[in-house]
Design a protein around this ligand. Sequence first.
Ligand SMILES: Cc1cc2nc3c(=O)[nH]c(=O)nc-3n(C[C@H](O)[C@H](O)[C@H](O)COP(=O)(O)OP(=O)(O)OC[C@H]3O[C@@H](n4cnc5c(N)ncnc54)[C@H](O)[C@@H]3O)c2cc1C
Length: 270
Amino acid sequence: MQTRSKDVNAQIPATEKATQETLVSMHRWTDKLLTFRTTRPAEYRFTAGQFARLGLQVNGEMIWRAYSITSAEAENELEYYAIVVPDGLFTTALNVLKPGDPVWVEKLSYGFMTPDRFGGGDDFWMLATGTGLGPYLSILQQPEVWRQFRNLVLVHCVRHEDELTYQDKFQALREEAAAQNLPGRLQLIPMTTRDDAAAHPERLHGRITSALRDGSLERKAGLDINAEASRLMVCGNPDMITEVREILRERGLGPCRRAGGGQFITEDYW
Ligand SMILES: Cc1cc2nc3c(=O)[nH]c(=O)nc-3n(C[C@H](O)[C@H](O)[C@H](O)COP(=O)(O)OP(=O)(O)OC[C@H]3O[C@@H](n4cnc5c(N)ncnc54)[C@H](O)[C@@H]3O)c2cc1C
């Protein structure tokens, strides 16, 4: 099962298919990474792992882009995690928004990155590059996933350490799950591609694809990736996703299908 960016942006919603919401807050992790929250319409529904299409008015025209919802299903506000793309039409406008400014949220939410699509499996691997972390933030705030899997492995690969965001949030979720006696155990595996490896010898360096091919990712997690035990989601950079799909297929894993079966689900961000 795969979500591709070209499918998502093929149909641009009209404003009547969306509600006008208000920007509530904007947190800046770095000069390029933002977490922003909007008001939520009372009747709005989504499943953790899905994405919304958001609209902004840019030079008098509505521009729509897909964003993974990072908030929990029951929260009163909606949260998103975004990178400001150089010269990006939408994100240049997003970057200068102030609390109180309007943001349109399409009434429907979309996407296949929901753990209920998996059958069986003990280990849930969540692989992300950059802001591809988004769906997992929402998923890990739902107690169901901590009951569904014994091992939850979150792999977040970024260029530099300052892009390893939300670490405290994941730590807090891990403590909360333990306090509630939920059976799942969360492992965080941060990876950087451009930092000095000697400064953090305990951390994996390089790309997710290399760490999968040479076995270092599985050694780090202490778990094998195989069709029986493993269920995977892969989100973010489309080149990474294409290569991960190849690696997983070589190992006998296949994509989840609507009819059932399969071990992995992917979502390309562009
Ligand atoms: C299903 C889906 C969910 C998405 N969820 C998120 C999300 O939660 N957070 C998010 O930041 N983006 C997400 N995106 C990407 C987002 O929709 C926009 O493409 C992005 O905000 C850039 O829009 P723009 O108009 O500023 O740039 P554009 O002018 O549209 O530039 C697009 C170019 O920017 C680069 N790019 C786009 N998105 C990213 C990214 N996330 N990281 C690195 N480079 C990127 C690519 O080179 C791409 O070709 C998602 C896309 C899809 C299809």
